[in-house]
Design a protein. Structure first.
Ligand SMILES: Nc1ncnc2c1ncn2[C@@H]1O[C@H](COP(=O)(O)OP(=O)(O)OP(=O)(O)O)[C@@H](O)[C@H]1O
Ligand SMILES: O=C(O)C1=C[C@@H](O)[C@@H](O)[C@H](O)C1
Ligand SMILES: [Mg+2]
Length: 171
């Protein structure tokens, strides 16, 4: 079985995915970490030196690679399901269950403001007001893809351990 965690930047995919994998005794792959390791560059370096189109092409190639794995929890990047045939690949992967971690705009903004420098799409945004506007528009565009997941979990008001347990219970 594969559990694929999907959601906007800051929704908790990496943090919760790692915990779920430990509880289920599954392997854990964070697609962003996998890309960084394969490319021997950080995500900001890839965007800066090679550009976003290069990143999206590699993200697609490595997604296909990790979808071959079994007994694994995979946390995708925030944009992964929203490009090319990636969401179709997730939905058609063998024995795969996709979970959308759905978070409100104010919660995402509170989490992302202090951590924005590691995320090239928002690194240039400095105020809470501007980040709220950006996340609102971006999430609206991306929700079309996120909402295709087989399960949706609202994360607002829940701790990482509560969400971890909820996912473990689902499977
Ligand atoms: N339910 C939660 N309650 C409080 N803090 C949380 C919760 N989920 C995640 N966080 C915190 O929010 C921040 C972002 O989480 P994380 O890096 O796991 O998000 P992500 O979805 O993997 O983002 P990205 O798409 O950018 O990789 C972290 O500091 C994490 O500890
Ligand atoms: O939302 C996005 O498009 C991104 C999210 C991160 O996980 C990284 O994959 C990268 O910063 C792009
Ligand atoms: Mg992550």
């Amino acid at each position: 079985m594969k559990i694929i965690l999907i959601g906007y930047m800051g929704s908790g995919k990496s943090t919760i995915g790692k915990n779920v994998s430990k509880m289920l005794n599954f392997d854990f792959i964070d697609l962003d970490d996998y890309i960084q390791e394969k490319e021997q560059l950080t995500i900001p370096q890839i965007f800066d030196r090679k550009g976003e189109i290069y990143f999206r092409k590699k993200e697609h190639v490595y997604l296909k690679e990790v979808l071959e794995r079994t007994d694994v929890v995979v946390s995708l990047g925030g944009g992964t399901p929203c490009y090319g045939s990636n969401m179709a690949a997730v939905l058609s992967a063998k024995d795969a269950h996709s979970v959308y971690l759905k978070s409100s705009i104010p919660n995402l903004v509170q989490r992302l403001l202090p951590e924005r420098l590691g995320r090239p799409l928002i690194a240039h945004i400095t105020t809470e007001e501007d980040l709220t506007e950006f996340v609102g528009k971006h999430l609206f565009e991306r929700s079309y893809y996120y909402s295709q997941c087989t399960k949706t979990l609202v994360t607002d008001g829940k701790t990482v351990s509560e969400l971890t347990e909820e996912i473990v219970r689902l499977f």
